[in-house]
Design a protein around this ligand. Sequence first.
Ligand SMILES: *[C@@H]1O[C@H](CO)[C@@H](O)[C@H](O)[C@H]1NC(C)=O
Ligand SMILES: *[C@@H]1O[C@H](CO)[C@@H](O)[C@H](O)[C@H]1NC(C)=O
Ligand SMILES: *[C@@H]1O[C@H](CO)[C@@H](O)[C@H](O)[C@H]1NC(C)=O
Ligand SMILES: *[C@@H]1O[C@H](CO)[C@@H](O)[C@H](O)[C@H]1NC(C)=O
Ligand SMILES: *[C@@H]1O[C@H](CO)[C@@H](O)[C@H](O)[C@H]1NC(C)=O
Ligand SMILES: *[C@@H]1O[C@H](CO)[C@@H](O)[C@H](O)[C@H]1NC(C)=O
Ligand SMILES: *[C@@H]1O[C@H](CO)[C@@H](O)[C@H](O)[C@H]1NC(C)=O
Ligand SMILES: *[C@@H]1O[C@H](CO)[C@@H](O)[C@H](O)[C@H]1NC(C)=O
Ligand SMILES: *[C@@H]1O[C@H](CO)[C@@H](O)[C@H](O)[C@H]1NC(C)=O
Ligand SMILES: *[C@@H]1O[C@H](CO)[C@@H](O)[C@H](O)[C@H]1NC(C)=O
Length: 798
Amino acid sequence: MGRSGHACSVLGSLLLLLLLLPGPAAAQKGSAWKTLSGDAPAVIAKGGFSGLFPDSSDPAYLFAASNQDSAQWCDVRLTKDGVGICLPDIKMDNCTTISDLFPKGKKTYRVNGVSMTGWFSVDYNSIDLTNVTLLRAILSRTNRFDGSFTLVQVEVALSQYKAPAWLNVQHDSFYSQFNLSMRSYILSMSKQYTVDYISSPEVSFLKSLVGRVGRKTKLVFRFLDEGLVEPSTNQTYGSMLKNLSSIKTFASGILVPKHYIWPVTADNYLQPSTSVVDDAHKAGLEIYAADFANDFALSYNYSYDPLAEYLRFIDNGAFCVDGLLTDFPITPLEAIGCFSNLNNTKADHGAPLVISHNGASGDYPDCTDLAYQKAVVDGADVIDCDVQVTKDGIPICMSSIDLMDVTTVASSQFASQAGVISDIKAVAGVYTFNLTWEDIANNLKPMISNPFGQISLSRNPRNRNAGKFMRLSDFLAFAKGEDLSGIMITVEHASFMAEKLGFGVVDAVIKAVDDSGYSKQTAKKVMIQSTNSSTLVKFKQLAKYNLVYKIDEVVKDAAPSSLADIKKFADAVSVSTKSVYPESSNFLINQTNPLVKSLQSAGLPVYVYLLRNEFFSQPYDFFSDATSQINALVHKGGEGGGVDGLITDFPGTAHRYKLNSCRNMGDKTPYYMLPPQRGGLLGVIQDKAALPPAMAPEPVLTVSDVAEPPLPPGWFGGERCGGSLTGGAGSSASATAAPPTPPRGSASDGRPTWSSGTTTAETTPTVGSHNCRFTYTTLLPSLLFIISIFSFSVCVRA
Ligand SMILES: *[C@@H]1O[C@H](CO)[C@@H](O)[C@H](O)[C@H]1NC(C)=O
Ligand SMILES: *[C@@H]1O[C@H](CO)[C@@H](O)[C@H](O)[C@H]1NC(C)=O
Ligand SMILES: *[C@@H]1O[C@H](CO)[C@@H](O)[C@H](O)[C@H]1NC(C)=O
Ligand SMILES: *[C@@H]1O[C@H](CO)[C@@H](O)[C@H](O)[C@H]1NC(C)=O
Ligand SMILES: *[C@@H]1O[C@H](CO)[C@@H](O)[C@H](O)[C@H]1NC(C)=O
Ligand SMILES: *[C@@H]1O[C@H](CO)[C@@H](O)[C@H](O)[C@H]1NC(C)=O
Ligand SMILES: *[C@@H]1O[C@H](CO)[C@@H](O)[C@H](O)[C@H]1NC(C)=O
Ligand SMILES: *[C@@H]1O[C@H](CO)[C@@H](O)[C@H](O)[C@H]1NC(C)=O
Ligand SMILES: *[C@@H]1O[C@H](CO)[C@@H](O)[C@H](O)[C@H]1NC(C)=O
Ligand SMILES: *[C@@H]1O[C@H](CO)[C@@H](O)[C@H](O)[C@H]1NC(C)=O
């Protein structure tokens, strides 16, 4: 395996990079952890940063090793000539190109009594494996790094990747059938190198090492699923858990699947924790939890927020595990360094502003009482209402004008009323304005939004139809009594409502806000958001609100003349995440858009939409970690986005971000809380055929994008203003004077869907060199890491 030249060049550039890095996290000093030692829990990177790169590959190890905060895990396998390699699976065909290189190499062996068929390392000398490369073992991850990196020998991992080393020996007795001694191999490694941990699920193997490894090497007994039988004692792992003191005789710690500690129900809800952490600690054993990955289906209790899951294991008030074994080491590092022991009592509504999107719509159906209550409990600064109108002229909060999208109307008596309204959308819908408020409130149920339903990431099924619909007046009354800095009312389709329904939505909103007493208070800001400048112009003429212009295109900048125009009718702007961090096929590209700075220099605060927790919604550079994305968007200076507010389906995650102890640390910011280097991850893709398509530069927002014909008058709902609807003295946009104009760009521009955060499954070309069988990937975005990877761009395979 002629790979050491390669590793050296990669390492050289990495070392350079490390010199530039801030020192290790300064956070958490002095806090007492409920671990056995009282120290912060360890983070163990399974096969390196295997959530992003093929497990046990050079980039995976280098990335994780770029700081010594996490230990490097290697699953040790032996070749025919007794050389140790790191590979996540005993079957090499699970994670390498071996079957392409040795098509006839398939064998069937008994592994701990179970027959297995595949390609096994014991059939090959190490030299035979020179050209074998690594593949991702989890097919839902990106395939763009597949086939580019050769196998890593255990010795190379131990000698070159400077981080605590954890060797896992999943199979010992298997190798003795081939006259290979795993024990001798491990002992020889531990004599030559520092090995911090050795784990195995086989009792006899660990017992054979007791007293023969250095005192600093921890022996860790690995529990497999409860029902499986441990080969040397013939007991199930479940029964062995009942006698931890016997394990203490040969191990200093145990490694358990995470469900041993926080079990989940069959439908993936979290159950109360078991006593296993306390039991282990009482027996004097450290306890490590396994199976963490940001892109696995987390229990619904975590609202798709992987950081929340880590905190359950380390910061729950009752216990703390001694270590976490994960495919995404950056997220537990954040949890330990910046998000533990947060003081959740303060709600100062400072920047960044957390603005809900349809309430806490990640957890409850859009715009329901429960979604709004949850948003408030979760710490939103501003809650939002997307206004629609009913047949009887009542403004309601509903995220879609088409009830098919967000209610059970399809299975109701009103389903037959479906029709096409080409001004709104090309397919048939049942519209809010076709039903009365009574019809809706009494006969329909809300339906939770499921933006990633197509890849089986459904939102909390127990809340699928929970909650009650809200009229705008209900929303206003609710918000008034809560600790919020403001409300945001989103108004679209104003001209459709005026022309086709004769409904003046602007007047109706103003009246509802007045009726609810908001004009008599100053504590809560009333924000109005629209993508249509003429709607905001109208509001500006009639009332004193904080007007937010939503730019629905992805743009890199706003022309100075368009800024001047926006300033005429808006006080703030909302922009897409992609305008702040341009991406191609879920990879950030090396491009920094001036947009946010341009808007801010013009005095316009910038809010970014749309944030979601589901890993599928973020570019890979953010490591499938919603917090990492938020951090990058908010971070000021350097590669940071520097935005002023976050519009999100999951206000709890954004609010928790505001409380973290690593904000405003300047130069002392720990590396895992720095924004990613744009384009850094793309630079690691070695196979040019696997690069995502180059992107055409994003356009610049111009005056013509902003300008709209004035809003036509509505015929009812305008009573409040009577003749004054004709409006704003001296205003250049004279609303009612203009005759109604036909809607522009009708059918194609239905209700803004806020869909910019959605990513669709992507088809990528077969990855080059090795004839990979996986011809497509559903790219699950993952996230980012730090600083990136930088160095990989200079690393040419030897
Ligand atoms: C590799 O093995 C793991 C664990 O058994 C399994 O989840 C995964 O689907 C396998 N991958 C492939 C490509 O066979
Ligand atoms: C690896 O590939 C190179 C170039 O194709 C070839 O010369 C060499 O013989 C191969 N080595 C093995 C062990 O297959
Ligand atoms: C292992 O060694 C024994 C004795 O040296 C020999 O009989 C046996 O064939 C060897 N087995 C293998 C798989 O090499
Ligand atoms: C292991 O246990 C099983 C069932 O408890 C039993 O049938 C089997 O004979 C045992 N094997 C050994 C080697 O003790
Ligand atoms: C637990 O294991 C110890 C040591 O192997 C043994 O002495 C003891 O009897 C076991 N206790 C139980 C309840 O099985
Ligand atoms: C998880 O969520 C379910 C449903 O909301 C709830 O019943 C359960 O108590 C939660 N589990 C924990 C450990 O909080
Ligand atoms: C949390 O913050 C509040 C407000 O700043 C402060 O009054 C309180 O003492 C803090 N609590 C703890 C436990 O630090
Ligand atoms: C829905 O309302 C629109 C506008 O009033 C009307 O044109 C359409 O016929 C209505 N559809 C049904 C099925 O009532
Ligand atoms: C991004 O582009 C800048 C300017 O062209 C360049 O200096 C930098 O090295 C690039 N970064 C990456 C990661 O490619
Ligand atoms: C914006 O509103 C005006 C009238 O208020 C309308 O004519 C125009 O079509 C709307 N623009 C879009 C993109 O919906």
